[in-house]
Design a protein. Structure first.
Ligand SMILES: C[S@@+](CC[C@H](N)C(=O)[O-])C[C@H]1O[C@@H](n2cnc3c(N)ncnc32)[C@H](O)[C@@H]1O
Length: 472
């Protein structure tokens, strides 16, 4: 049964509970009289004091406050079962215990703290919860408990909502790369950047470094310019993706944790004995797992730092004998190592995959395959399968990437390819993967010299990427 507040106040004598009663009266005085007939709570009870608004340097003490929460006195003998039955009604706060000592009363009882947003009176318990309480012989009478909440009991969004100007967005999230959290702060959040960094670090175990990526992505190597917000400046990250460990300096190579499913999808197409040419390999998220699956891999990246970490990751994962690495422009890689290896591979039985993950530009590299080989083999060819990535802002991104790929190849791919939606990278911008068997009409076309004439756009030579910060 719910005991009216006046009776609760009259029946408790301890200083602690009297204080609790005062807090509750304070809460009630701000509310309407009718609201006080139950356990009235402000809707946002955990909101820190307004004095923290506008804080730019984190003062954790300023977030300390005492609030009153409902509690249920429960005999020790049934405590475990009651807590289990009240899972949804019990308080759930980082660092706040659900069960506390009922110091002033018999030590045969404990207090189970309840979520004040969920339980305002005994009638707030669900039918099942009430039934469970009855069966355990627990009196459904709410007590008030004074709870000291500190900075450590608040969630990061609660801290940031209280600090940043009212009505403006708080940072909604971050990407995690090993111990590094990287954020994309908006203009109005910049005055609070160091506080934001500190809060993200405090609230996310394992994060010891928080960086903000400034707007531009480096045009050639697809790595971000970054600014330290909080923590130690150690950019060498260690991450695990699909069971494979990678290490790299995040400040000078490309790494995107959102591509793990795509890496896995493509690697699953590769079988033992296959050959994989990875034209834009980065630090190895296609190359290393493909080699671990038993493929022979030739992996290339133009960025000397990516190339260095690619080699490192091959050693780290003990596949250095299965992977040959190159530090070339993608076009030179296709017209060099790929061209050299292909004739023998075409005669073989194992599949050959060519992976081209540089979505801003890769489609434009496809003309490098035109007339790549001179002599058409007499027997049935084992033609390579190309997986080429592209961004699209068109209403029909599938058609768009197929048309662009066809234009670059000088050969219609429609009905001869499959298109996979990888992810949405920005509003109205999708990352797609078009996969197709490289047509022999392209590979042996003999029009290598005409490449520039046939394609609608000029062949890219380390072009600037048109878009910033969207390839994450
Ligand atoms: C989008 S990242 C993809 C890396 C990796 N394949 C992955 O999935 O995470 C593209 C990579 O291409 C490299 N790159 C950029 N331009 C290049 C070029 N012209 N030739 C070869 N590699 C290039 C960049 O250094 C970067 O590592």
């Amino acid at each position: 049964m719910w005991r009216p507040l006046s009776r609760v106040f009259a029946s408790v004598e301890t200083e602690r509970n009297l204080k609790a009663a005062a807090v509750l009266r304070g809460l009630c005085s701000a509310a309407s009289a009718s609201a006080c007939s139950g356990f009235s709570m402000e809707p946002k009870l955990y909101r820190p004091s307004p004095k923290v608004r506008g804080m730019t340097s984190l003062d954790k003490e300023a977030f300390t406050q005492t609030i009153t929460v409902p509690a249920l006195r429960v005999p020790n003998g049934v405590l475990h079962s009651v807590v289990k039955s009240l899972k949804k009604a019990a308080i759930q706060r980082p660092g706040v215990p659900r069960v506390v000592q009922d110091k002033e009363e018999s030590c045969d009882f404990r207090l189970v703290l309840l979520d004040p947003h969920r339980i305002s009176s005994p009638s707030s318990f669900s039918e099942a919860e009430s039934e469970a309480l009855r069966s355990f012989g627990v009196i459904q009478e709410l007590q008030q408990y004074e709870l000291r909440l500190t900075y450590h009991n608040l969630k990061s969004e609660e801290v940031l909502e209280a600090v940043l100007p009212q009505g403006q967005d708080v940072p909604s999230g971050f990407s995690r790369v090993g111990h590094i959290a990287h954020m994309n702060l908006r203009e109005h959040q910049l005055p609070y950047k160091n506080l934001i960094g500190q809060v993200i670090m405090d609230k996310n175990p394992g994060v010891t470094c928080v960086v903000n990526k400034t707007n531009m992505i480096d045009s050639t190597y697809r790595n971000f310019k970054m600014e330290m917000l909080a923590g130690e400046e150690n950019m060498v990250a260690k991450v695990k993706e699909n069971g494979v460990t990678y290490e790299f300096d995040f400040s000078c190579v490309y790494w995107n944790p959102r591509l793990s499913t795509e890496h896995q999808r493509v690697v699953q197409l590769v079988e033992r004995g296959d050959t994989v040419f990875d034209v834009f390999a980065g630090v190895g998220p296609f190359a290393v797992p493909a080699a671990r699956s038993g493929a022979n891999v030739l992996a290339n990246d133009l960025n000397p730092e990516s190339h260095r970490w690619l080699q490192h990751n091959c050693k780290l994962n003990k596949v250095e004998k299965k992977v040959r690495t190159f530090n070339l422009d993608g076009r030179a890689f296709i017209q060099g190592p790929v061209k050299q290896e292909l004739p023998a591979l075409l005669k073989g039985k194992n599949n050959v995959h060519i992976v081209m993950n540089l979505p801003a530009l890769a489609l434009e590299f496809l003309d490098a395959f035109r007339g790549l080989l001179q002599q058409e083999p007499s027997c049935d060819e084992n033609l390579p399968i190309v997986h080429c990535y592209g961004f699209s802002k068109e209403d029909n991104p599938e058609t768009d990437v197929v048309e662009r790929a066809s234009g670059r190849l000088g050969f219609p791919l429609k009905d001869r390819c499959s298109v996979h939606f990888v992810r949405n990278v920005a509003p109205n911008k999708d990352m797609m993967c078009v996969s197709f068997t490289l047509p022999k009409e392209v590979l042996f076309s003999g029009d290598h010299e005409q490449t520039e004439l046939l394609s609608e756009e000029p062949a890219p030579k380390r072009q600037k990427c048109e878009e910033a910060n969207e390839s994450t």
